[in-house]
Design a protein around this ligand. Sequence first.
Ligand SMILES: Nc1nc2c(ncn2[C@@H]2O[C@H](COP(=O)(O)OP(=O)(O)OP(=O)(O)O)[C@@H](O)[C@H]2O)c(=O)[nH]1
Ligand SMILES: [Mg+2]
Length: 234
Amino acid sequence: MRKPDSKIVLLGDMNVGKTSLLQRYMERRFPDTVSTVGGAFYLKQWRSYNISIWDTAGREQFHGLGSMYCRGAAAIILTYDVNHPQSLVELEDRFLGLTDTASKDCLFAIVGNKVDLTEEGALAGQEKEKCSPDADAGDCVSPRVPKQVQLEDAVALYKKILKYKMLDEQDVPAAEQMCFETSAKTGYNVDLLFETLFDLVVPMILQQRAERPSHTVDISSQKPPKRTRSGCCA
Ligand SMILES: Nc1nc2c(ncn2[C@@H]2O[C@H](COP(=O)(O)OP(=O)(O)OP(=O)(O)O)[C@@H](O)[C@H]2O)c(=O)[nH]1
Ligand SMILES: [Mg+2]
């Protein structure tokens, strides 16, 4: 297997929907999930580049592994549940510190998932109406509630992260570009999330390649070996 050109990592509390988001994007479906143990990754080919996308466990007992998964990451997706304010708080308190091992110019996306469960999700027109008793489980919609975490709260966290990383707002993508509300269940904004990050990561790959010392030899600048009388080379 070719070494991935870049790495993206999903972080966030248990149950926020990290595995579901990744499966929605990679497999185009919303299967039942079990709580992740350790971590797992998918390889995505984007243009001519291979990007690994790591799913991590949100459960407290696996917390120690988080910084290992983040090592060298080009982008980190900090995921929360729009219906659970504590899951946004946890991103700052528990998960941000794990990203110290990421690449120095690592990008951050902040993602509020499960927007289909909110009244606002209905306004976005991305949900079917309530399920009937004989509908498929995937078609069922839970009763909608007002959204508990607003996009502005995610934008505020993004700005805090820039401070924590001592980054200038001018040098990084704008908060509005990097804060998303998604639904792994309906697919709302899921392609946009991943593909925005892929497009931002590609120039980073090219820059790394340009900075890396070249191991290739320019054969056109090599003199041909002298021929000897026996026809062999000196
Ligand atoms: N309604 C709704 N449910 C979701 C959505 N995303 C995930 N879920 C459900 O939330 C539960 C947890 O989803 P997971 O994807 O396993 O969560 P996780 O963040 O990977 O959890 P850990 O692996 O324990 O860290 C599952 O029952 C999912 O079906 C969503 O967008 N909408
Ligand atoms: Mg999981």
